[in-house]
Write a protein that binds this ligand. Structure first.
Ligand SMILES: NC(=O)c1ccc[n+]([C@@H]2O[C@H](COP(=O)([O-])OP(=O)(O)OC[C@H]3O[C@@H](n4cnc5c(N)ncnc54)[C@H](O)[C@@H]3O)[C@@H](O)[C@H]2O)c1
Ligand SMILES: O=C(O)[C@H](O)CO
Length: 326
């Protein structure tokens, strides 16, 4: 008999056919408490789950006693309680690599649009404000040759360093848990401590995962160490930055601007103060949101679940130690 799985995000048709060939699939629209309660029997029987968003914590795991594998259509896995999964011997699979270049493109788009005020000025042109030759109040700041600081030099940080260094002649500074030899060799990236990164970066680009350590890593004190001309880019996770402290820093000129793909609460509430600020470029968490990349992520997530439930995991596993226990 085919193992039962719960799919909580819809898939392109060909990938759904592939999933159905291996598993008995129950599809639901999101891993919400209501959906979990409404499909309690499907969760009781599920050996695998596949989707993105929604919390997989101790309480959820009590509803899914047969679970052996979880496959998330994302590289970030901060919504999973990995320690609880480890305790129960449940394999967690994710989708690194396939989205790296696309997310780095998004970060570069945020760098350019916030420095050159692309969104704000386009809105002013559309509003009919371009009536005469523009003056300095419409000017932005240069990107090329400025210092780009990367907080979290992993896969995405490296791809951003490539774009910034080779494409825009930007010196690269970075901070991470350890030195990144490839970034140093290929893009002359200089490792530094967080305070130096804050003080010297013209662009502080965050590509960190959300963990207990990185939660509010950038707060009022850290923002105060940045240059008044600096721009903060966050495409890691919203809660890495204390959002109220950021609003205040953007309002009082502590920093020049921000380009944000991620927020403390998503979707960003319509009454968020960030939306009232001209020096903010807010995006709806679209780091990886191209047709090609989202398809690739879904494909990898399907393959990951098949590998995990057939005992053939070779890559994309968050907690490979669980495999050794089996
Ligand atoms: N905006 C989006 O749509 C989007 C898309 C993909 C990924 N992301 C986010 O980007 C993150 C990074 O993805 P990746 O593939 O580059 O991951 P990665 O694991 O390759 O890189 C993460 C880097 O962060 C560093 N790091 C972790 N904790 C740190 C700390 N406390 N201090 C300093 N450095 C620390 C690691 O050393 C590593 O260099 C994901 O976890 C996810 O949250 C967002
Ligand atoms: O982590 C990721 O892959 C992106 O943020 C999409 O959720």
């Amino acid at each position: 008999m085919k193992p039962s799985v719960v799919l909580y995000k819809s898939l392109p048709e060909d990938l759904r056919v592939r999933l159905d060939a291996h598993f008995n699939v129950t599809e639901i629209n999101g891993l919400t408490p209501e959906n979990i309660a409404a499909h309690a029997e499907a969760f009781r029987q599920a050996e695998g789950i596949l989707g993105s968003g929604g919390k997989v914590d101790v309480e959820f795991l009590q509803q899914a006693p047969k679970l052996r594998a979880a496959s998330t259509i994302s590289v970030g896995y901060d919504t999973f309680d990995v320690a609880a999964l480890n305790d129960k011997g449940i394999v967690l699979m994710h989708t690194p690599t396939v989205l790296t270049e696309t997310v780095a493109d998004t970060m570069m788009a945020l760098v350019l649009s916030s420095a050159r005020r692309v969104v704000e000025l386009a809105e002013r042109v559309k509003a009919g404000e371009w009536q005469k030759n523009i003056g300095p109040d419409w000017f932005g700041i240069d990107v090329h040759h400025k210092k780009l600081g990367i907080l979290g030099m992993g896969r995405i940080g490296l791809a951003l360093a490539q774009r910034a260094h080779l494409g825009f002649s930007m010196p690269i500074l970075y901070n991470a848990r350890k030195h990144h030899q490839e970034a140093e060799d290929r893009f002359d990236a200089q490792y530094c401590d967080l305070d130096t990164l804050l003080a010297e970066s013209d662009f502080l680009c965050i590509s960190l995962p959300l963990t207990a350590e990185t939660h509010h890593l950038i707060g009022r004190e850290q923002l105060a160490k940045m240059k008044p001309s600096a721009i903060l880019i966050n495409a890691g996770r919203g809660p890495v930055v204390d959002e109220q402290a950021l609003v205040d820093a953007l309002k009082d000129g502590t920093i020049f601007a921000a380009g944000l793909d991620v927020f403390e609460q998503e979707p960003l509430p319509v009454n968020s103060e960030l939306l009232k600020l001209r020096n903010v470029v807010p995006l709806p968490h679209i780091g990886s949101a191209t047709h090609e990349t989202r398809y690739g992520m879904a494909r990898d997530a399907v393959d990951n679940l098949i590998a995990a439930l057939t005992g053939k995991v070779e890559k994309n596993c968050v907690n490979p130690q669980v495999l050794k226990q089996g």
